[in-house]
Structures are given as structure tokens and as C-alpha cells.
Design a protein around this ligand. Structure first.
Ligand SMILES: *[C@@H]1O[C@H](CO)[C@@H](O)[C@H](O)[C@H]1NC(C)=O
Ligand SMILES: *[C@@H]1O[C@H](CO)[C@@H](O)[C@H](O)[C@H]1NC(C)=O
Ligand SMILES: *[C@@H]1O[C@H](CO)[C@@H](O)[C@H](O)[C@H]1NC(C)=O
Ligand SMILES: [Zn+2]
Length: 499
């Protein structure tokens, strides 16, 4: 059993010693942090060694329209996805060490199937994230202790200058507690925020009836837009006037900006706990448009069945790689809801091919908060220091010899000029194309006699070909898709034909 606080501290300290580039502007910008930690247990000495092998920050996701058919752009830059992709770079390097002989890898050793590798005994991987993953895991019932006083609401139209984000008058009493109007409070565990929409964001909306009906027809159009498009997580606290004049709090939930996948039913958007559907697949919000990228809750649930190694590395591995533990930093959190989002949704999946199994992670929360979380930045923000916003850059660090740091913005290398867009210089080392090339160099480094059978077919050319040829991975995915996630959007083959 690992200590959640120890893991959180290890990760925050690791973040601190990374270079400045791509980090949030202190006191004004926030970001999300995730990491993959390698745990090595030595049976002989009884020691447990913990080492960050990949770390990611980032809050953004790029919309479908700007997605590239050459695989040279990072479409999803949420910290969890960045950390996992950096981990793939790290694993490719370790496999390279392993295939070039000499038992050089601290991670992999030869497995009994030809051309396949497995983890060294005592080695496992843990996933850390500074916040509850976006999507299903973020739809958390509110507890009274978490409810916050609402700022006074002047009038329906009085939303103009009153931005809750950052300027919330948290210290002001709730004007005698008689405010009959529910308020909407942005909460800390943010996801992608639409920077360019923040000005039009409306912090409040009104209930038109005592029933607490928040259906669209009862809302001013702009408020509906806020609810459906604001991509930051929202917390809504409602107080309904009752006939006796008592103001009883109504149970409510934290909300996610990730919308239900387009092919499925939408959220009911009812007041309080009836706002969201639970246990469903969701897509990340992007700049004004939903993206094709699934929420981090969905991706973590998928990794718990298919492993986090992906289709390409499955060629080399006898068994999928699973995170044994998921640690979340201090933020709104519910173990029950995490369990639903990460585990229960897939716990009935059967008929997985050899090498795959249901490996639900141990779920832990730390009491230590990431100093650059949205909540921390709000607490420390001073008037006149600019608007609070999510940091636009994404940092990846992973333990590889060549270019361990990869800082990006908008899916390309940070600071790249417009002219360089589309050139190799602009590419993130985490983009599909670069990971594919890195994988191909592993294949070339493998002695032909030691190649796994699935890579011996001559006709393999494109990224798509190599992924499809990973047969057991594809079989496992078919089982998972048909039994648990039939609405998971199919990847567009035309976007994966690069080589
Ligand atoms: C809310 O209002 C809508 C539209 O007026 C109506 O169809 C729906 O039944 C109402 N729901 C509740 C819970 O009152
Ligand atoms: C990017 O978009 C594709 C196609 O919609 C999707 O399959 C893929 O998972 C996305 N990539 C990331 C890193 O989320
Ligand atoms: C990176 O990994 C190597 C072993 O592969 C290890 O010796 C080294 O300490 C690691 N570096 C860091 C900074 O963790
Ligand atoms: Zn996310």
C-alpha cells in the first residue's frame, strides 16, 4: 500500500524543479498536474522505491476542426493524457534497452512468448492526478460542509461585471442568508476553459419556479449557454424558499463541462442532482465546440481494461500494463463516484483475450493540494493582477535521454512561429506521428529474429496498419466497446493513415 500524501508530495516537488517554461504565471494562472510513478519493490531488502517517470500539465483540448490528418498535432492536452503519452515515450525507450540486449532495462525482461516482454518482478506503475478526472468522476454529490456562502445577486441582468471566477466576495456574509436566488459558483477542479468566452460568462441563473425547474425554456438564453458551454466545472448551490420561510438546502452535485457523447442521450439538465446523467461517456469541451476526445474519466476507465500501453506497444508486451493505484490530490472527490467512473462501468466485461484482465486500480486521495490548482490561485489572487485563467501551455517531462522536456501550446511546440507550423520543428514529441516514428525506431532496433509475430507481416505501413495488426489489443477493445462502451466514437481512419 502506498501513502497518498507521499506520492502527492513527490509529484509536486518534481513539478517544482522543472524549468519555468510553460508553467502557470504565479498568482494568476492555474493548471492541472498528472504523473506516472514507477514503484519498485525489492523483495530482498524490503525497500520500495518511487520514481516519477512521466509528468504532464495542461488544461486544453483542440476541436475537431483543427485536427490534423498527418498526426502532427496534440489534440488532447489534459494533464492526464500528456502524462500517459510521455509514459509511452519512456516505455519505448525502456523496450529499446531491453531489445538491444544485456538486460539493460530496469522495467522489462523477456517473457516466454517469442518477441514479447513483461515487467520486471516488483515493478508497477501508479497514476497521480492533482484533481478528479474530468467527466463522470467529477459528477460528485455536494456535501454541506463544502457548500459556500453565495454572494448577493443584484438582479437577473446584473451579471455583467460580477465574475465569480476570482472576484467572488467570499468574505461577505450572505446578506442575512435571505438570498432567495441560487448562485452558481465555479469550482476548483477545472477542465478546459474557454478563455475567449469568459467575459460573457454569467455567474448566476434564476429559478423560475419553486419546483426548481431548470429546463431550458425557463432560463434566459444566455444562461443556458453558460450552463452548457462553460467548460470549467461548476458548483451550484441552491436554496429554495419554502412556504414556512425556512431555506432548506437542496442536494446538489458538482458539474462537469464534458458533454455526453453526441451519439447518446444528452444530460437532463434538471435542477440539483438531476442535472447530469451518470456513468456515461463524455467528450471534452474545446474552444466553443465539443471535441472528439473522450473525458479523462473515460480514458482512465479504458486503460483499466486495455492497459495504458496502447495498441502499438501491445505488439511487444505479453501482458497489458495497468495502473495498480490511482491517487488524486486534494479537491472535491468521492471515492464512490471514482469507483463508478473508473471501475464499475467496466466490471462486467468478459471474454478478454489472453494478456488482458480487469485490473481495477486502488483508489486513493491525498490531503495535499497542488499549489497551482484553480482553487489555490483563486485564494491567492489579488485584485489588479489580471484575470485568473487556465495556463495555455502543456508541459511534458519524461525520463528519456533525448529531449525529456516537451512544452506545447495549442497542440504544437510552445513558442513556434506561424511560419514553422506544419514543419517537423513544430511537432510535439508526444503527437501521434512522433510516437509512431519512435515506435518504428524500436522495431528497426529489434533483431529480426526477435520480432514479435504480429510485426512480421510485410504490408504494414501506416499508423493505422500497425495499430490494426495489434490483434489481441483490438480484440480486447472490441469486447470492451461492445460490452461497456458502445457509444465510444470510432476513430476516423482517414486521420490515421500517416506513416
Ligand atoms: C420543467 O419544465 C419543463 C418545460 O416547461 C417541463 O416539460 C418539465 O416537465 C418540468 N419538469 C419539472 C421537474 O417540473
Ligand atoms: C484525437 O482525436 C482522435 C480522433 O477523434 C481520437 O481518437 C484520439 O483519442 C484523440 N487523441 C487524444 C490524444 O485524445
Ligand atoms: C531515469 O531513469 C534512470 C534509469 O533508467 C535512473 O537511473 C535515473 O535516476 C532516472 N532519472 C530521474 C531523474 O529520475
Ligand atoms: Zn480531463
Amino acid at each position: 500500500m502506498v501513502n497518498a500524501d507521499e506520492i502527492a508530495k513527490l509529484c509536486y516537488d518534481w513539478f517544482n524543479q522543472l524549468p519555468r517554461r510553460g508553467k502557470p504565471e504565479p498568482g494568476r494562472e492555474w493548471t492541472l498536474l498528472a504523473a506516472v510513478v514507477k514503484i519498485t519493490r525489492c523483495a530482498k531488502s524490503g525497500t520500495v522505491d518511487k520514481e516519477v517517470v512521466s509528468m504532464g500539465t495542461g488544461t486544453k483540448c483542440i476541436g475537431q476542426m483543427s485536427m490534423s490528418p498527418s498526426g502532427d498535432i496534440l489534440n488532447d492536452s489534459h494533464a492526464e493524457v500528456i502524462a500517459r503519452r510521455g509514459c509511452i515515450r519512456y516505455l519505448i525507450q525502456e523496450l529499446r534497452r531491453a531489445v538491444s540486449g544485456g538486460g539493460d532495462s530496469a522495467v522489462f525482461c523477456m517473457a516466454d512468448q517469442k518477441g514479447k516482454w513483461r515487467l520486471q518482478s516488483g515493478v508497477s506503475f501508479l497514476f497521480f492526478t492533482s484533481h478528479t478526472p474530468c467527466g463522470d468522476a467529477s459528477i460528485i454529490p455536494m456535501t454541506d460542509s463544502k457548500a459556500q456562502p453565495c454572494p448577493p445577486v443584484p438582479s437577473v441582468k446584473g451579471h455583467g461585471g460580477t465574475s465569480i471566477g476570482g472576484k467572488r466576495k467570499a468574505d461577505e456574509p450572505n446578506q442575512g442568508g435571505n438570498t432567495k436566488i441560487p448562485c452558481l459558483v465555479e469550482q476548483e477542479t477545472g477542465e478546459t476553459r474557454l478563455e475567449d468566452k469568459e467575459d460573457t460568462k454569467q455567474p448566476y441563473f434564476l429559478l423560475s419556479s419553486k419546483s426548481g425547474n431548470l429546463s431550458k425554456s425557463h432560463l434566459p438564453e444566455t444562461a443556458v449557454e453558460t450552463v452548457s458551454q462553460a467548460s470549467a466545472q461548476l458548483e451550484i448551490k441552491t436554496t429554495f424558499p419554502s412556504d414556512t420561510g425556512l431555506h432548506l438546502p437542496v442536494p446538489d452535485i458538482h458539474r462537469t463541462g464534458a458533454k455526453c457523447v453526441p451519439s447518446g442521450p444528452a444530460d437532463p439538465l434538471q435542477a440539483g442532482v438531476g442535472y447530469h446523467s451518470t456513468g456515461v461517456l463524455r467528450v471534452k469541451p474545446g474552444r466553443g465546440e465539443p471535441t472528439l476526445s473522450l473525458s479523462c474519466s473515460d480514458k482512465l476507465a479504458r486503460w483499466a481494461v486495455l492497459g495504458f500501453q496502447g495498441a502499438l506497444l501491445s505488439h511487444y508486451l505479453q501482458e497489458a500494463l495497468y495502473f495498480t493505484t490511482v491517487v488524486v490530490g486534494k479537491c472535491p472527490y468521492s471515492e464512490e463516484v471514482m469507483q463508478r467512473a473508473m471501475v464499475t462501468r467496466c466490471s462486467h466485461v468478459s471474454h478478454l483475450p489472453a494478456g488482458f484482465s480487469l485490473c481495477p486500480p486502488v483508489l486513493l486521495q491525498s490531503s495535499l493540494e497542488f499549489p497551482f490548482s484553480q482553487a489555490q490561485i483563486k485564494l491567492r489572487h489579488q485584485a489588479g493582477h489580471g484575470r485568473i485563467s487556465p495556463c495555455g501551455a502543456a508541459i511534458s517531462w519524461c525520463n528519456v535521454t533525448d529531449e525529456p522536456l516537451d512544452v506545447t501550446a495549442n497542440g504544437y511546440k510552445h513558442g513556434i512561429t506561424k511560419k514553422a507550423l506544419g514543419t517537423p520543428k513544430a511537432r510535439s514529441l508526444l503527437c501521434k506521428l512522433e510516437l509512431f516514428h519512435s515506435f518504428l525506431s524500436l522495431v528497426s532496433a529489434t533483431d529480426p529474429s526477435a520480432l514479435p509475430d504480429s510485426l512480421r507481416r510485410k504490408e504494414l505501413q501506416t499508423y493505422w496498419d500497425y495499430k490494426q495488426a495489434s490483434q489481441t489489443y483490438q480484440q480486447a477493445w472490441q469486447q470492451l466497446r461492445s460490452q461497456a462502451f458502445p457509444l465510444w466514437p470510432r476513430s476516423n481512419r482517414d486521420l490515421l493513415l500517416f506513416h
